[in-house]
Design a protein around this ligand. Structure first.
Ligand SMILES: *Cc1c(COP(=O)(O)O)cnc(C)c1O
Length: 405
């Protein structure tokens, strides 16, 4: 008998997006004349900007000459990119982050999934509900989440922090004190943000309780309002309790190129002096061979003057879609949130429909595909996610159809 990792077998059945794909395929087969518009995708659609393409081409050419050829990348990332991030991302925020505290990786999904490896097997994790599924599932794989309750959709050993309209989609301090707290703002799926004061409250809570916050800032580039923190390291005391995860996927369209990074302050240690920075460096050194040189050069180009201008334009394009969705739904009488500092619009399903009932209703009557909120956690029930990553034309058409149903 092949002995498999039993913890993997505990993961509940079908993945949200494969269920959606199956339903859409069945509808499309039965209704071949209908034009389906997909506003469920969490992937960018705009091509890479010229500054990035130029950097990719020239990095590829470097690989062709013996003097400039690059083999294995340094496993923590090239200094040119780590320095650029420290200088262009953190310094302007007044955040105290040094280049050697930045670990370059192939993306935020891997980092947010792998980071749990450096914590003890019995740590208690806390997550927002609804939540980006990677945080919980990777802890399930690591065997620390207890048992799954089919009827509630909750794991016995995970602390859930419901985020609903009642609390403005902002988590409240849990009754049981967690060891590791996952926060993601601007949030996927709700599109909600918290203020700098609220985030400072979480940092104070973590320091007081000797907990670690894993802060996923993948959507930082979409923040349009003042008073919304771009990094947890804007908060006082964050260097004693926080790890930040970032991605080039949503701010620069690298979903296919793959590039991200994680910041771990050097002074983040436990009481016995074990350094999380050192553990993560050890982990990278053992299990990761570095992001590709050409991709890191492309990442550097994002922070050039042209790169910043061009990626800002892409974000503005998506955020204009977000506005079309937000205002169109609002005018049609829907209760909506998000969409101001994030490419996600979170709406309350009408007539007390469940998330999946509304999914079917929208697919059948408007031929529009979105994502059922319940797929992100039990507190997402009765909500629905639409994304701003489609084309402007499709977005306008989809919202017109939804308003007419
Ligand atoms: C899209 C997304 C990421 C980015 O993942 P990559 O692996 O860098 O593409 C990370 N966290 C959240 C919450 C996301 O939605």
């Amino acid at each position: 008998m092949i002995k498999v990792n039993e913890d993997y077998l505990k993961l509940p059945g079908s993945y949200l997006f494969s269920t959606i794909a199956k339903k859409v395929a069945a509808f499309s087969e039965a209704n071949p004349d209908k034009k389906i518009i997909r506003l469920g995708i969490g992937d960018v659609t705009q091509p890479l900007c010229p500054a990035v393409i130029k950097a990719l081409h020239s990095a590829v050419d470097e690989m062709a000459a013996a003097e400039t050829f690059k083999g294995y990348a340094p496993d923590l990332g090239y200094a040119f990119l780590r320095d650029t991030i420290a200088e262009k991302v953190y310094k302007p925020l007044g955040a105290d982050v040094a280049a050697d505290e930045i670990f370059i990786s192939d993306g935020a999904k891997s980092d947010s999934g792998n980071i749990q490896e450096i914590f003890a097997k019995d740590v208690k994790i806390a997550v927002c509900d609804p939540v980006y599924p990677v945080y919980v599932d990777t802890n399930v794989m690591a065997g620390r989440t207890g048992t799954y309750d089919e009827s509630t959709g909750l794991w016995s050993n995970v602390i859930y922090m419901p985020c609903t309209a009642d609390n403005g989609f902002a988590p409240e301090f849990p009754e049981t004190v967690p060891d590791v707290i996952y926060l993601c703002f601007p949030n996927n799926p709700t599109g909600a943000t918290i203020t700098k004061d609220q985030l400072q409250g979480w940092v104070d809570y973590a320091v007081k309780n000797k907990a670690v916050i894993i802060y996923d800032a993948a959507y930082e580039a979409y923040i349009s309002e003042d008073g919304v923190p771009h990094s947890i390291f804007e908060c006082e005391g964050a260097r004693d309790c926080a790890i930040e995860i970032r991605s080039f996927s949503k701010n620069a369209g690298f979903t296919g190129l793959r590039l991200g990074y994680t910041v771990i302050p050097k002074n983040l240690k436990n009481e016995e002096g074990a350094s999380l920075h050192a553990l993560w460096a050890r982990r990278h050194g053992t299990k990761f061979n570095g992001a590709p040189y050409i991709v890191q050069k492309a990442g550097e180009a994002v922070y050039s003057e042209e790169g910043q201008k061009e990626t800002r334009e892409q974000i503005a394009y998506y955020m204009n879609n977000a506005k079309v969705i937000y205002e169109g739904l609002k005018n049609a009488g829907y209760s909506v949130s998000g969409g101001v500092n994030a490419p996600y619009i979170w709406l309350k399903t009408p007539d007390n429909m469940t998330s999946w009932e509304f999914f079917d209703h929208l697919l059948e009557t408007a031929n529009v595909v979105g994502t059922p909120g319940s797929g992100f956690g039990p507190s997402g029930e009765g909500y629905f996610r639409l994304t701003a990553f489609g084309s402007y034309e499709n977005t306008v058409e989809a919202i017109k159809r939804i308003a007419e149903i």
